[in-house]
Design a protein around this ligand. Structure first.
Ligand code: SF4
Ligand code: SF4
Length: 435
């Protein structure tokens, strides 16, 4: 039995479906209400900082961070707090949520002003006051990322956007390059980072050309076009592809001197440094074969998904499945009244045919899942160990390195739910015991 194959960084050649990449983002009008769950990030949930009947403004803190790994939540409207409710999150869990009815004036909070940033600590504090989290989908609080314990020599700006359909990061490059560069320069300066690499898949030639033109002549900046291959944008995969460095098992990018920031995240930081307006809006790619007007829309965080879909012309008669995020790693949403969250970058609507889940056949031991795994794991062997309840084997085969990218499921000719089995195997390994 082997522990882990030499990482081949294979992944899967998934169809791109980037049909919304060529059109400018449309701003959505004010929603009828916003719903702000207190858990919109990895880490401790926030505590509501307002009560029913309170007046709030655009940028007012309505949820206070619940710990070091957490992020404040701000109102994107001026209006009145209608209630503090318990809501269903898109994945099914419950969260306390602040519900606000807009007054239509969109008055900014008078206390807001651009932060004074002079060093790494004040930059991290600015990210904390902005309520910033990883906007590529991860939702990890940016302030924590900006306080690495070891020196960083390379900043990678993640513009891979390897999930099919999603084009919101590409539009960030094209529509907000000034704030992208503002954020990048601040991080580079205050964390004393020598090299910045813009890592962008080749299926975004306009974004690549733009970043080349904005950085030419400065040796500190590089633009690295990448193969269009899923999951090119996964943090550990990207670091290895771009720098050749392998993040150790259980380690962090900072352990190999690298900081990775998603392009929309660094741009949001740039906007905050200039304006003092915290994170209250988000660009979303709305696409899929069951939505009438696919497009990128800028929405106020907390807007009910149903209102976004209505703005996009509504859904078609055969609408059967809604995903928050991409088709490879997104979360199925059961309730269209769920709100848009900070880390949400896409809403994908699929009809019955695309949403159909095939009946799995027996494993034919073809090994394609092994070839596809970007982490060098052996999903078919891990599945066997899981069936036997062999935790020692799961440890030896390093199932904890699985990032749930779904490449193994995508390539499996028997249509087996390989990635789902990996998730169960990881849970078994974590518990150290039975299924
Ligand atoms: S790709 Fe599917 S059929 Fe092939 S070895 Fe893996 S699980 Fe078995
Ligand atoms: S889901 Fe896990 S096992 Fe499957 S390809 Fe991705 S990293 Fe490998």
């Amino acid at each position: 039995m082997f522990a882990k194959l030499k990482r081949a960084a294979q992944g899967a050649r998934v169809p791109h479906h980037k049909g919304t990449s060529g059109t400018a983002t449309v701003q959505m009008p004010l929603p009828t209400r916003i719903v702000l769950p207190m858990q919109q990030h990895i880490g401790a949930p926030c505590t509501p900082a307002v009560k029913k009947g309170d007046q709030v403004y655009v940028g007012t803190v309505v949820g206070r961070a619940g710990g070091f790994v957490s992020a404040d939540i701000h109102s994107g409207v001026s209006g009145t707090v209608q209630s503090i409710d318990s809501v269903h999150m898109p994945g099914g869990a419950h969260s306390a949520a602040v519900v606000i009815v807009p007054d239509g004036s969109q008055t900014p909070d008078p206390a807001l002003k651009p932060p004074v940033v002079t060093d790494a600590a004040s930059l991290a504090q600015a990210a904390r006051d902005c309520g910033l989290v990883g906007l590529g989908g991860a939702g990890f609080p940016t302030a924590v990322k900006l306080a690495p314990k070891t020196p960083i020599d390379t900043l990678i700006i993640n513009g891979a956007e390897c999930e099919p359909y999603i084009t919101s990061d590409e539009r960030e490059f094209l529509e907000s390059s000034e704030t992208v560069m503002r954020g990048v320069k601040a991080v580079r300066e205050h964390l004393n980072i020598g090299t910045v690499i813009f890592a962008i898949e080749r299926n975004k030639p306009q974004a690549i050309d733009l970043m080349f033109s904005l950085t030419q002549g400065d040796a500190a900046y590089k633009v690295q076009p990448l193969d269009s291959r899923y999951p090119q944008g996964a943090e550990k995969v990207l670091i290895e592809t771009v720098t050749g460095r392998e993040v150790p098992r259980g380690g962090l990018p900072a352990d190999v001197g690298v900081l990775v920031m998603n392009v929309t995240t660094v741009s949001a930081l740039g906007k905050y440094l200039d304006t003092g307006m915290p994170l209250v809006t988000k660009r979303l790619t709305v696409d899929g074969d069951a939505v009438n007007k696919p497009q990128n829309v800028e929405v106020i965080i907390g807007t009910p998904i149903a209102e976004v879909l209505e703005f996009c012309g509504g859904v078609k008669d055969d609408f059967a499945k809604l995903l928050m995020g991409g088709p490879m790693m997104g979360t199925a949403v059961a309730d269209v009244n769920s709100p848009v969250l900070k880390q949400n970058n896409a809403l994908l609507c699929f009809g019955e045919k695309a949403a159909h889940i095939p009946v799995p056949g027996p494993c034919i031991r073809c090994g394609r899942c092994i070839e596809a795994c970007p982490m060098g794991l052996s999903p078919v062997e891990i599945a066997g160990a899981f069936q036997k309840g062999d935790v020692a084997a799961l440890n030896e085969m390093m199932v904890d390195l699985c990032m749930g990218c779904g490449s193994c499921t995508f390539v499996c000719p028997a249509k087996r739910p390989v990635c789902q089995t990996m998730n169960l195997a990881k849970a078994m390994q974590k518990k150290g015991g039975a299924k």
